[in-house]
Design a protein around this ligand. Structure first.
Ligand SMILES: Cc1ncc(CN)c(N)n1
Length: 217
């Protein structure tokens, strides 16, 4: 079992709460309130802006060109990901300028600034442990919804599901897993325990982000 797989296994029950959250279940079966999805998606656009800043820290803290390439690729993937947000908002008559001017929710501030703090205070292992639940979790969610075939025809959220189930996004998640597994090779047991704590916290923040969508908070 790889280091990242162990992080996921040891993150239970937080991991299950995240990938099988009520928001995810409703999104998968198409019953999620449009207002919840809209609120979530607008906040997620802001989340991805901060997430891109955190990935960029991965360039600042890199020790070799391969690590720079990994972070660069992650940012390129993210720029494709925000197209999903921009496209949904276009359909709702919300321009990208309006989207960017949305006020950040407490859940968005808490999660993104936590990730940035891990990267600023720590090194690459701490940064990628904080970034990993994002990419790895959404890849699992998209893949699982498609594999289980639970999304009905005409699901209004199908474009979202397809984006995260796509081969492109699965590869993006794999990139994060690879670098985290590699970084963990040189770590002491104490450092690995600290990464587990960071991974668990970011995973709990993911559930908080879904809940924000349901609560419109
Ligand atoms: C909150 C959150 N977590 C993860 C992802 C997937 N990049 C996302 N878009 N938003």
């Amino acid at each position: 079992m790889s280091f990242t797989q162990k992080l996921i296994k040891n993150a239970d029950p937080f991991w299950k709460d995240y990938v099988d959250h009520k928001f995810v279940q409703q999104l998968a079966n198409g019953t999620l309130e449009k207002a919840s999805f809209q609120h979530y998606l607008k906040q997620d656009y802001l989340y991805l802006f901060q997430y891109s800043r955190a990935i960029s820290l991965g360039i600042f803290k890199a020790n070799n060109f391969q690590q720079i390439e990994t972070a660069h690729q992650a940012n390129t993937d993210l720029l494709k990901e925000i197209q999903v947000h921009i496209n949904f908002c276009k359909e709702w008559g919300i321009s990208e300028k309006e989207l960017f001017a949305t006020v950040e929710s407490p859940a968005c501030v808490a999660y993104t600034r936590y990730v940035l703090d891990c990267g600023i205070k720590g090194g690459l292992p701490e940064l990628y442990a904080a970034l990993a639940p994002c990419a790895v979790g959404y890849a699992e969610i998209g893949r699982t919804i498609v594999e289980k075939g639970i999304s009905p025809k005409n699901n209004p959220y199908q474009a979202w599901i397809d984006a995260y189930a796509s081969e492109e996004f699965q590869q993006a998640a794999q990139g994060v897993i690879c670098i985290l597994d590699e970084l963990a090779l040189d770590l002491t047991e104490n450092q690995k325990t600290n990464l587990q704590t960071i991974f668990n916290t970011a995973t709990r923040m993911e559930s908080g982000f879904w809940q924000m969508g349901l609560d419109l908070s």
